[in-house]
Design a protein around this ligand. Structure first.
Ligand code: HEM
Length: 129
């Protein structure tokens, strides 16, 4: 894949990804429709803003620091002790789709990344937990 076609570049690099993540956590923190999702997060969202930004930068094809700082890290196992239900997964996907759209990410790359998020969220969700 040509470097400029990586989702990381198509989205706009570090600064735009940080804006998406800030918008995502602001929505989660501020809107009652995400209250259930907010409730399973720590009161201080600052560490998660930094971690999710770093993860997305690396996972979308940018600098790999999030992975090299955490040898063997996997975003699925990072949720191993978190109670992800179909409803909290739905809230996560909804807030993230809005964050992408409101940050001005192009619809094609937003749809492609959104499909991958949906697959990850479905795998994290456990109906019986
Ligand atoms: C499916 C719904 C999801 C729920 C309910 C959920 C929930 C959570 C919670 C509760 C935390 C810990 C927050 C805290 O300690 O304050 C977390 C951390 C994190 N989540 Fe999710 N998550 C979801 C999906 C995803 C997806 C799809 C991704 C990746 C695209 C992701 C990436 C991360 C990252 C990178 C962290 C930080 C891990 C760390 O630094 O230890 N999450 N998530």
């Amino acid at each position: 894949m040509d470097a400029q076609t990586l989702p990381y570049h198509r989205i706009g690099g570090d600064a735009v990804i940080a804006r998406i993540v800030d918008r995502f956590y602001d929505l989660m923190d501020g809107e009652p429709q995400y209250a259930e999702l907010r409730a399973i997060h720590a009161p201080d969202l600052a560490p998660m803003r930094a971690s999710l930004t770093g993860f997305l930068i690396a996972w979308l094809g940018g600098p790999q620091d999030w992975f090299t700082d955490r040898p063997g890290a996997c975003v699925m196992s990072a949720h191993g002790n978190i109670r992800v239900t179909p409803e909290t997964a739905r809230q996560w996907l909804d807030a993230m789709a809005r964050a992408f759209a409101e940050t001005g990410v192009g619809p094609d790359v937003a749809a492609m990344v959104g499909e991958a998020f949906t697959n990850m969220a479905q795998a994290m969700a456990r109906r019986d937990s």
